[in-house]
Design a protein around this ligand. Structure first.
Ligand code: UDX
Length: 451
């Protein structure tokens, strides 16, 4: 039996570490390199610096197959396939900053052997060409460059890695593509072979499309609020059409996280740089911004002036299952509320510590019921499943005014109202100020899916 190739991972952030742990789980030896010595030290001790369900266990379980180093040579001397997983943060212009990616090419030793260099970092279309030129200029044309974008969702990253909808490999070197396809063979998924630019565009277009789906359903939700329709039932009804699909049609307070905003903006800039005005993407971003502000307007509708009102935020992370606060809606909502003079309290089952330094002026509570005691309104920001378990009758009793704004449509409106709460979701009829149609529609709001 041939030995599986040694895998190298450069950049042990979120994508790098998940990929490394999963490749190790598939039986490969993986050498991970990062430039931050403390991170490497901690990983050697089995401490995973990010919250991702199952990741710590996977790293510990596969520790015999995982090596952590700060030396690039440790990777290049042993690995046959090297994944580049460094970050590509947005610059002021909205373009992706490729400094770290280029630094990887610059660091490759002159005597590097026959390796596949697979780009997993999210990079603009055209980066492959630029990297190939850098490799050629350094006399490293034999390095086999491919694009291998990742589609991992935080909170589900391990499942997404192990059961991908597809693996995209872009390149012109058949040997490199075959090696990468072979590495992914145990995943039994569809391998999409293409050129580098197309692979890069598949990633950019996929994220932009998903973000568009979210902004689209949020606009439908806003129109539902004007017309008395229920967006949750609308999404079910739409989603049954296989051409549309039900995924990513959950209306709410907009998307956050490190990818969507950055990737939409990078694609828009990329198009703009070549003279094309990508109109839809402008709207996608604008709708996403406004959606968070509408939430604050909803509070004002129920409470009048927000000055000195106590508002409790349920959830801070940009989505459940993570402690990631990057581009989290809670950051915008909290600072808007503080600007309106409100007293803001917040709770998150996992992200409190990460959030604390970002939310100056916000009282962060460890106990959700203690937070809700005496508040004028509660706002659901992140749909952590434990919030769905809250005893709403008790919640209504301990609040000063029992107003619940459900930014993710987590709660059943009828149950919330029966518990004594004044409930308002996103794009759902509620028995609240400004929606006289609600009562007539009670019970008829859900679309029946029976034939
Ligand atoms: C996303 C992509 O899904 C993934 O393929 C890519 O590799 C990285 O970016 P991630 O940012 O981890 O993954 O989270 P995702 O689950 O996609 O959610 C992004 C944001 O959209 C969250 O704030 C979420 O709350 C929001 N969202 C998602 C909605 O508002 N409605 C939906 O229907 C789905």
């Amino acid at each position: 039996m041939t030995q599986p190739p040694v895998i190298g991972v450069i950049g042990v952030g979120y994508v790098g570490l998940v990929s490394a742990a999963c490749f190790a789980e598939l039986g490969n030896h993986v050498i991970c390199r990062d430039i931050i010595p403390e991170k490497i030290e901690r990983l050697r001790d089995g401490h995973v610096p990010i919250y991702e369900p199952g990741l710590s266990d996977l790293v510990v379980k596969n520790r015999q197959r995982l090596t952590f180093t700060t030396e690039i040579r440790d990777v290049t001397e042993q690995a046959g396939i090297i994944f580049v997983c460094v970050n590509t943060p947005p610059m002021y212009s909205g373009d992706a900053d490729l400094t770290f990616v280029e630094a990887v090419i610059a660091e490759l030793p002159d005597d590097i052997g026959d390796v596949v260099l697979a780009m997993k970092s999210t990079v603009p279309v055209g980066t492959g060409e630029r990297m190939q030129a850098l490799l050629d200029a350094r006399g490293l044309s034999h390095v086999r460059y491919v694009s291998n974008p990742e589609f991992l969702k935080e909170g589900d990253a391990i499942t997404d890695f192990m059961h991908p909808d597809r693996v995209v490999i872009g390149g012109t070197d058949d040997v490199a593509i075959d090696r990468l396809a072979q590495l992914h063979a145990p995943l039994e998924t569809r391998i999409v072979r293409t050129d580098v630019a197309t692979a890069e565009m598949i990633k950019a277009a996929s994220n932009a499309f998903l973000a568009t789906k979210i902004s689209f359903i949020n606009e439908i939700a806003n129109v539902c609020e004007e017309t008395g329709a229920d967006v949750t039932a609308v999404a079910e009804g739409m989603g049954l059409d296989r051409r549309i699909g039900r995924h990513f049609l959950n209306a709410g307070i907009g998307f956050g996280g490190s990818c969507f905003g950055k990737d939409v903006s990078a694609l828009k800039q990329l198009a703009g740089n070549s003279g094309y005005h990508f109109q839809i993407l402008n709207s996608v971003m604008e709708v996403n911004e406004l959606q968070k502000r509408r939430l604050v307007a909803k509070l004002g509708k129920h409470l009048g002036s927000l000055r000195d009102k106590k508002i409790a935020l349920l959830g801070l992370a940009f989505k459940p299952g993570t402690d990631d606060m990057r581009e989290a809606a809670s950051l915008i909502v909290a600072s808007r509320l503080l600007a309106e003079g409100a007293i803001v309290r917040a709770h998150d089952p996992v992200a409190s510590e990460v959030a604390r330094p970002l939310l100056r002026g916000v009282e962060i509570h460890d106990d959700v019921l203690e937070m809700l005691e005496g508040v004028d309104a509660a706002v659901l920001i992140t749909e952590w499943p434990q919030y769905a378990e809250l005893d709403l009758v008790h919640v209504a009793k301990i609040m000063r005014t029992p107003v619940l704004i459900d930014g993710r449509n987590l709660f059943a409106p009828e149950l919330a109202e029966r518990a004594g709460l004044t409930y308002e979701g996103i794009g759902r009829p509620g028995a609240v100020v400004g929606n006289p149609r609600r009562r007539e529609q009670d019970g008829a709001a859900s679309a029946s899916t029976e034939a």
